[in-house]
Design a protein around this ligand. Structure first.
Ligand SMILES: NC(=O)c1ccc[n+]([C@@H]2O[C@H](COP(=O)([O-])OP(=O)(O)OC[C@H]3O[C@@H](n4cnc5c(N)ncnc54)[C@H](O)[C@@H]3O)[C@@H](O)[C@H]2O)c1
Length: 380
């Protein structure tokens, strides 16, 4: 495969910067590809681009230089101190490919122009770097859930509405629309709306482009997708599953807003319901603790009933480094979605459900089945 473009929405964020540094470090032999599923022996036969074949660019609403973001990640203990200097040339190359995001994209009468600009930026990126495939990958701040609108139901209605004065799509969906029009694949690593509207699914199929999402499964929900099937398969009766998350960093700040947090909490609860086959009591809370920086702590408390009604609990604590958990998934998703683009897959790719809290399609929700589906699909 020739070089593959990875266009990151939120290119100056923690996850994006860690992914760019990580890909360069592995390519330079300065770090092992720990956490990268595509590098496992099971995937040796998968026709995916190498980490060294990825070319990064993207959009962001802020202009903090990537080098500065890399320094902040070193300071936070996410990235080893020596790495940013070692990969300086790659950081500079990515910096040159980042364009300012349109802050007015969601405002009245502006959506059509916003889409045209994104399409132009993607086409120029393809031409400058002679790219065969481009994967647009959303790692920007989480949006609140979007209000339903009749224009979301079909492509014809959406196209008519986009030409009108009212904003009908949130920013994440404008990027998905533009990605399909520019012949790119689209991945939503966030819980935002992205391509998850009937009109955008129709556009993906019509343009023959794949999409995947949503909301990367990196911590508490990853554990839930392993443990919930265990309770179900042992016939244990889960009575309540409650979780509290303490988050720092930019993501924590965004999720301090109840609107944005409700998108995230809904996708976490869906994993439980689909694995246990019913709703269970309990809520998920997200608290913003700025001093935690890029680290997150999740506590889960599971109350369950065994034989003859005996009550028991499982309590667990997960302490993770957010960007170190997410970055290898972002790289895997870019590579697997490039394969889907190359193979001509059109519409939602349910086989990538292994990576998400709330995947497209009707695939399984337990991690073991999702892994087998991904392996079979990738190596077919
Ligand atoms: N880290 C994880 O484990 C994990 C897991 C699942 C999902 N996510 C999601 O990944 C996303 C990124 O996380 P992060 O920690 O890097 O956050 P971050 O706050 O560090 O980065 C987000 C970036 O998006 C930019 N941005 C905001 N609005 C934009 C727009 N309209 N267009 C372009 N750029 C925009 C911001 O300026 C910022 O640079 C979040 O939505 C988070 O929920 C992260």
């Amino acid at each position: 495969m020739s070089r593959t473009g990875v266009w990151l929405i939120g290119a100056r964020g923690s996850v994006a910067t860690t992914a760019i540094i990580g890909a360069s470090a592995v390519r330079a032999g300065a770090a092992p590809p720990t956490g990268c599923t595509a590098e496992l022996p099971d995937f040796a036969g998968a026709a995916v681009p190498g980490l060294g074949d990825l070319v990064f660019g993207g959009h962001d609403i802020v202009d903090t230089p990537l080098v500065k973001r890399a320094e902040q990640l070193v300071h936070a203990g996410v990235v080893p101190a020596a790495l940013p200097r070692l990969v300086a040339a790659d950081l500079e190359a990515a910096e040159a490919e980042i364009r300012p995001a349109d802050r007015d994209a969601g405002t009245a009468g502006h959506q059509v122009h916003a889409i045209a600009r994104i399409v132009e930026d993607l086409q120029a990126f393809r031409a400058r770097n002679d790219l065969r495939e481009i994967v647009v990958l959303n790692v920007s701040s989480t949006e609140p859930p979007c209000e339903p609108h009749p224009a979301h139901e079909s492509l014809a209605a959406l196209d008519a509405a986009l030409a009108g004065p009212d904003p009908v799509l949130p920013a994440s969906s404008l990027y998905a629309y533009a990605a399909f029009r520019a012949d790119c694949g689209f991945v939503d690593f966030t819980p935002s709306t992205g391509a998850r509207l009937p009109a955008l699914d129709e556009l993906a199929r019509e343009t023959g482009r794949p999409y995947a999402g949503r909301d990367g499964k990196t911590g508490e929900t990853l554990l839930r997708s392993v443990l919930a099937p265990m309770f179900a398969q042992r016939g244990l009766n889960v009575l309540a599953w409650s979780g509290t998350n303490l988050l720092g960093g930019g993501d924590g700040a965004t999720l301090a807003d109840p609107g944005a947090a409700s998108s995230k909490n809904a996708s976490k609860q869906r994993v439980l319901e689909s694995n246990l086959g019913r709703e269970v009591d309990g809520e998920v809370h997200i608290d913003y603790v700025p001093a935690l920086g890029d680290w997150k702590t999740a506590w889960d408390h599971v109350l369950f009933e065994g034989f003859l009604g005996a009550r028991m609990t499982l309590q667990l604590t997960w302490q993770g480094c957010d960007s170190a958990l997410a970055a290898p998934l972002v790289l895997d998703l870019a590579r697997f979605t490039a394969k889907a683009c190359h193979d001509g897959v059109a519409g939602g790719v349910s086989e990538l459900g292994f990576f998400f809290k709330d995947s497209v399609g009707d695939g399984a929700h337990d991690l073991a089945t999702q892994y087998a589906a991904l392996r079979d699909w990738a190596t077919r």
